[in-house]
Design a protein around this ligand. Structure first.
Ligand code: ADP
Ligand code: MG
Length: 154
């Protein structure tokens, strides 16, 4: 487990960008945290690290469960499963095919589909401490996720 503190949205993006540089197809990041915690902000930095250009912006997919960004070094599949009560609705999304696919997977509200998450993954929890500061806790599951954490260790 690793904990980091950020003091602005840009600092959160910069931290995520460092991780983004290292990501490759098959990596799965599971984001937890309440509304406004910074999950989408984190994903924006991650996309930057993957080389997704500004013209393909990452935002809250309010009415979508999945946004695909294929403009970077590796495809980014950005799930937001806020509207799912459980993992049942994932079947319609062909979630398993994405897991086996050729991209990086980021899931906002991953705790809602806990039973559908792969064993190998990096869990990331964001907790607001004040208006502009966040405590971000990383819990790796599996060797690959532990390796990824090295990107965040100074
Ligand atoms: P979520 O996707 O978890 O609902 P968002 O990323 O959409 O959250 O929103 C987070 C909000 O908090 C944004 O308006 C962002 O600018 C703001 N914010 C302030 N400080 C931080 C920080 N340190 N890290 C991330 N976001 C922050
Ligand atoms: Mg969001």
């Amino acid at each position: 487990m690793l904990t980091r503190h950020t003091y602005s949205a840009d600092e959160t993006r910069a931290l995520a960008e460092r991780l983004g540089h290292r990501l490759r197809a098959g990596d799965v990041l599971c984001l937890r945290g309440d509304l406004g915690a910074g999950k989408t902000t984190w994903t924006q930095g991650l996309a930057r690290g993957l080389g997704v250009p500004e013209g393909d912006p990452v935002n809250s997919p309010t009415f979508m469960l999945l946004a695909e960004h294929r403009t970077g070094r590796v495809p980014l599949f950005h799930f937001d499963v806020y509207r799912l009560d459980n993992s049942g609705g994932l079947y319609d999304l062909a979630f398993d095919e994405y897991l086996d696919g050729d991209g990086v997977i980021v899931i906002e509200w991953a705790d809602r589909i806990a039973d559908a998450l792969p064993d190998d993954r990096l869990d990331i929890a964001l907790v607001p401490d004040s208006m502009d500061s966040r405590t971000i806790t990383f819990t790796p599951h599996g060797a690959r996720a532990r390796q990824l954490l090295e990107a965040l260790t100074p």
